[in-house]
Design a protein around this ligand. Structure first.
Ligand code: HAM
Length: 411
């Protein structure tokens, strides 16, 4: 006997109720992006592997362990995109966007792939929405992109969210600090987790993120990058904070904040939701002033973020409701079915969300079906050409001429 198939581990199927919630989230995001002048961009699902190795960084977990990499038939190494920023920067360089008016403001939504250990809020195929402002080093750009995600969270009503803010300084200025941090780590090497110890030289900042107890103890006494910022970086950070306050965005400064990708410079931020347990970050990002140059483009400062759609929906719980139907057409007698088919089609052409029974149910069954569809009204077609419109919430019923239904429901 042939066996059944299941979706691969760490992936999931999006069924209609879930899809409706996602659609509402995307609609909200599209509106927020549109009002701020961010244009939609779509890059391919896979890219050359080297783009992520160079862009995201060879010492990151993403590149070391989590990429879905394969060879195509011509022997080229390709990778399912684990994130969206490196591909967008590749597109910026490829299409000569540095000749457009700067900053170029872009937004995106779609699936991303990381071979992580699956758990609630962490999947191998997940979805992000994101925004990038490329071509400005002004703190105004930082604040604009942060405001977009903040607005999205507020509009959707995601509860219990905190914005954590930090700065990594510019690459040159960070070098002095990294030497300090490395000597702190080397001095207490035997207390660190194996993973952190192995990365002292290549990625010491990640030690701040470790969940290993000994490492956390060492890090609680580590020097903070915020105390080592250059005058220029400190001034940039001050301006970000002051414009954020002007935009009424609340934040807390987190001197231990680090991120899992190597390209960040200066501002970094993370939106964390206290309703989520292990995977609490619903979105985050920061500045990446060196990335475009690293990918072969002209020196171009940029800032952006991405948010996990599944994590936002988890944080919202049942609080996102989808719109039900306007009307369910019920036939009191099977002979009226042809009339109902014509009417449903006509009402849909008028822009009403209308359903009818497709399975030969009794009157009682049709009303049950109307309830399940979340119909605000039912229109009952009766023999002899009469019809009644019932308000499903109040139960009020009135005799109507089917021709007047559109106007009645709209009013
Ligand atoms: P990221 O922090 O790696 O940043 O991912 C952004 C968001 O994607 C996370 O905050 C989380 O909500 C969601 N996410 C990440 N991995 C998973 C997963 N395995 N399952 C479910 N959700 C996940 C970036 O990707 C950067 N490109 C953000 C950025 C844009 N920085 C500057 N511009």
């Amino acid at each position: 006997m042939a066996g059944k198939f299941e979706h691969p581990r760490g992936t999931f199927d999006v069924l209609p109720e879930d899809a409706a919630k996602r659609e509402r989230l995307l609609q909200e995001a599209r509106e927020i992006f549109g009002l701020a002048g961010y244009g939609l961009v779509a890059t391919p699902i896979y890219e050359e592997t080297a783009l992520f190795e160079r862009g995201v960084g060879k010492s990151t977990d993403i590149v070391r362990k989590e990429m879905f990499t394969f060879e195509d038939k011509g022997g080229r190494s390709l990778t399912l995109r684990p994130e969206g920023t490196a591909p967008i920067c590749r597109a910026y360089v490829e299409h000569g966007m540095h000749r457009w008016a700067q900053p170029v403001k872009l937004c995106y939504a779609g699936p991303f792939f990381r071979h992580e250990r699956p758990q609630a809020g962490r999947y191998r195929q997940f979805h992000q929405i994101g925004a990038e402002a490329i071509g400005s080093d002004s703190p105004l750009a930082d604040v604009e992109v942060i405001t977009l995600i903040n607005d999205l969270i507020e509009e959707l009503g995601v509860p219990g969210v905190e914005l954590r803010l930090g700065s990594l300084g510019s690459l040159d200025a960070r070098a002095t600090y990294l030497e300090e941090l490395k000597s702190h780590l080397r001095a207490r090497e035997d207390e660190l987790s194996e993973d952190v110890r192995a990365r002292i030289e290549i990625n010491p900042l990640r030690a701040f993120d470790a969940d290993h107890e000994g490492t956390q103890e060492v890090m609680s006494e580590a020097p903070h990058l915020l105390d080592f910022l250059s005058e220029e970086d400190a001034e940039h950070f001050e301006q970000v904070k002051s414009y954020l306050s002007a935009a009424s965005v609340e934040y807390t400064i987190d001197p231990t904040l680090v991120r899992g990708l190597d390209y960040y410079t200066r501002t970094i931020f993370s939106f964390v939701c206290d309703r989520l347990e292990a995977q609490a970050e619903i979105g985050g990002g920061g500045r990446y002033d060196g990335l475009i140059e690293q990918l072969g483009g002209p020196p171009t400062p940029a800032v952006g973020w991405a948010a996990g759609i599944e994590r936002i929906l988890l944080a919202l719980g049942e609080e996102v409701t989808s719109n039900g139907m306007d009307l369910f057409v019920v036939v009191a007698d099977p002979d009226l079915t042809t009339k109902a088919v014509a009417l449903v089609s006509e009402l849909r052409h008028h822009g009403l969300a209308v359903e009818m029974d497709l399975a030969g149910r009794s009157m009682k069954g049709q009303f049950k079906q109307a309830d399940r569809a979340g119909a605000a009204h039912t229109l009952i077609l009766e023999p002899g050409g009469s019809a009644s419109l019932r308000d499903m919430q109040t139960g009020d019923q009135q005799t109507v001429d089917p021709k007047d239904v559109v106007g009645l429901i709209r009013s």
